[in-house]
Design a protein around this ligand. Structure first.
Ligand code: 89Y
Length: 340
């Protein structure tokens, strides 16, 4: 079958892992061009991955190259810009989370893609982490009965700003950057929310946005879901970038804890299972569980583009996560409870 031709827009911190994951799928895709504002970064990756063309002008790339899709891996400000450029040219789009800097821009991106009849996907990978997928399976197996309460926690003091300095400049930091993942995981596991309340704090005085957020949701089936995220938590059990999840049901509980161990507790006792990330040779061990899930997310989107299935993280689907993100800010600012 003919390979899908694609270009990567943005050659910063995430690009080499994203491209590494695409290389695992190279019987279906062909990376033919790279764009980066600073050309030398594109040249560096082009050499590493044998990419034939590099550009420092996005429009020029889109006009010169024959593309089936682009993968946007830039900082959030340029997501709407590149999405519009590609949509107008009839090119399908994959865009990194978070979709857009504002709710309105996210809505406009969706609209532009719809009008121009191009596929629009969001690269949202946390839901593709192996431990989270297994947790979802266990939940669906009914082993803990009907779930009534959950805690999704991502709290540590990892120096994220060292690798991603622009995060310190965001007026809205942890909910856009990390909440996009954590709130998406909550939707993936428990469905949609019927109400939401959020409180935020900034503990680190050297950054512009909030670095602590606690979101409480009542889900449509009545489950109470508490999502907590913090980059200000100095803890005994810090495991960046692992997400811990505790789910309680009427017949038992499921716990995804440190180092990818899932514990199932029922009245007959506790069983334990390890589910470790795949260690591809291109993953950074400090980010292993996140990096290796890039493969699964890319594969799902690729199958969507090839018409083999409906991908999970379409723009339409992710827009519901975007809504939770911006409603969290709204709730925190107004001390209000959002009802859906
Ligand atoms: O940017 C974020 C992401 O997508 O995963 C973790 C992170 O690197 C820092 O919050």
């Amino acid at each position: 079958m003919k390979k899908l031709r694609f270009a990567v827009m943005g050659c910063g911190f995430w690009a080499k892992f994203q491209i590494g994951a695409w290389m695992e799928l190279n019987e279906h895709v062909e990376l033919i061009a790279l764009y980066n504002r600073t050309l030398s970064k594109a040249e560096h990756l082009a050499e590493l991955y044998n990419v034939p063309a590099v550009y420092d002008e996005a429009e020029k790339l889109l006009d010169n190259e024959k593309l089936d899709f682009i993968d946007i891996i830039t900082d959030v400000e340029t997501h709407p810009v590149f999405t519009k450029m590609a949509a107008k040219r009839g090119i399908n789009i994959i865009c990194q989370k978070p979709m857009a800097p504002t709710f309105q821009q996210a809505r406009d991106m969706m609209e532009t893609c719809r009008t121009n009849k191009v596929d629009f996907y969001i690269h949202e990978n946390f839901r593709w982490q192996k431990p989270i997928r297994l947790l979802k399976e266990k939940l669906a197996s009914g082993i803990i009965g009907k779930p009534f309460k959950a805690n999704i926690s991502f709290c540590n003091s990892f120096p994220v700003f060292d690798n991603q300095p622009f995060l310190a400049e965001l007026e809205q930091f942890i909910i856009t950057d990390l909440g996009s993942h954590i709130l998406d995981v909550s939707r993936c596991l428990f469905g949609e929310a019927k109400s939401l309340q959020c409180k935020t704090q900034r503990v680190n005085p050297n950054i512009k946005g909030e670095d602590v957020a606690n979101v409480f949701m009542e889900m449509e089936d009545g489950l109470h879901c508490y999502a907590e995220m913090s980059y200000a938590s100095i803890l005994e059990e810090e495991r960046f970038p692992q997400t811990f999840v505790l789910i309680e049901g009427d017949k038992g509980s499921l716990y995804l804890g440190p180092d990818f161990e899932i514990r199932i507790t029922t009245k007959s006792g506790t069983t334990k299972e390890l589910v470790e990330p795949v260690m591809y040779d291109w993953v950074d061990p400090d980010y292993a569980v996140v990096h290796s899930s890039i493969f699964d997310c890319n594969e799902d989107i690729l199958m969507g583009m090839l018409g083999k299935k409906v991908a999970e993280t379409t723009g339409e689907d992710n827009f519901k996560t975007v809504q939770l993100v911006f409603d969290s800010y709204h709730s925190a600012a107004e001390s209000s409870i959002i009802k859906y």
